[in-house]
Ligand binder design. Structure first.
Ligand SMILES: [Mn+2]
Length: 303
């Protein structure tokens, strides 16, 4: 079957699919740069015009999955930028939309950006989006680029939310809300976001003004836990994914550079960058080995 390309985008999608279905080149599309290179080669063949691109945009409406990230700025925005390299490349490869927001939606201090996710998802509900939102913290990134998320989601259409476990106690409400998928086509998911929003709005502006330190007022996650604990219906609609699959420092699909004692934000950023580079290239893999040796050496020294 001879493919008929009238522009770059269609060629790009075709090539992504071709590589995805297991040719020897499959592992080569791992970064945005790889996709840029494909687009550049297509351009050299005379494929691209503005009008064609606009027409193509009309033929491809917003996908049913939106990947969403947010950070206040500073080093967390740097982490987001590092992770975005992997995350947006993954989104492009799997026909997922990508959105990110830098800033603070409500509040005064950098950590108040943890509440952004609530407002951003609520905005999507109010704009009638009824697909899945794939939320990733600024310190979370896709590691396994070939994972077929759309098939995975199709197997969980009855669920309102999918997240990894928080602590190790195994309670059905104890999720880590740093990485999750929420199904806005599901009424419980929309109600959950509304409850989460109401809970946050019950904290006054004055209280936020006097909350410069982490958890001076409850952060996003304990609020969500509180809501889930009191609602059997929400718990029924919640799928807790395996920790090693979804939301762990060394997880197989999505990795999370979680906070740890003695690890500064800049260290986490460096670990993320090394890990993402390692996934991209053999040279990166060597850098990662040297770095992980360095970190374990520096941790073992008394401070
Ligand atoms: Mn996080």
């Amino acid at each position: 079957m001879a493919p008929d390309f009238d522009n770059t985008h269609r060629l790009l999608v075709y090539l992504c699919r071709l590589f995805h279905f297991g040719s020897g080149q499959a592992a080569q599309i791992r970064t945005l740069k790889d996709l840029d290179d494909i687009a550049r080669r297509a351009f050299a063949r005379g494929a691209e015009t503005e009008a064609e691109r606009d027409r193509e945009a009309m033929l491809h409406p917003r996908p049913d999955v939106i990947m969403l990230q947010t950070a206040d700025g500073g080093v967390y925005a740097d982490m987001l930028a590092a992770g975005r390299r992997a995350n947006e490349a993954y989104a492009l490869k799997h026909t997922i939309a990508y959105q990110s927001f830098i800033g603070i939606k409500r509040g005064y201090f950098p950590w108040h950006a943890v509440f952004n996710r609530i407002f951003l998802i609520r905005d999507l509900i109010q704009a009638d989006f009824r697909g899945w939102v794939f939320y990733l913290d600024a310190d979370a990134y896709v590691h396994y680029m070939d994972f077929d998320l759309l098939s995975y989601l199709n197997r969980h259409l009855d669920k309102a939310m999918i997240a990894g476990p928080g602590g190790f106690g195994g309670e059905p409400w104890d999720i880590n809300d740093g990485v999750f998928l929420i199904n806005l086509g599901h009424g419980d998911a929309r109600r959950l976001i509304e409850d989460w929003h109401d809970d946050l709005m019950s904290t006054s502006d004055e209280e936020l003004r006097n909350a410069p330190r982490w958890e001076d007022v409850p952060s996003d996650q304990p609020r969500l836990h509180q809501i889930l604990r009191g609602n059997e219906q929400y718990l029924q609609g919640l799928h807790i994914a395996e920790r090693h699959f979804f939301n762990d420092r060394k997880a197989r699909f999505v990795r999370h550079a979680l906070r740890r004692p003695n690890l500064r934000a800049l260290d986490r950023l460096a670990l993320m960058e090394a890990d993402i580079s390692a996934a991209e290239s053999p040279i990166g893999r060597t850098v990662l080995k040297v770095q992980s040796w360095y970190w374990s050496w520096s941790w073992s020294r008394p401070r």
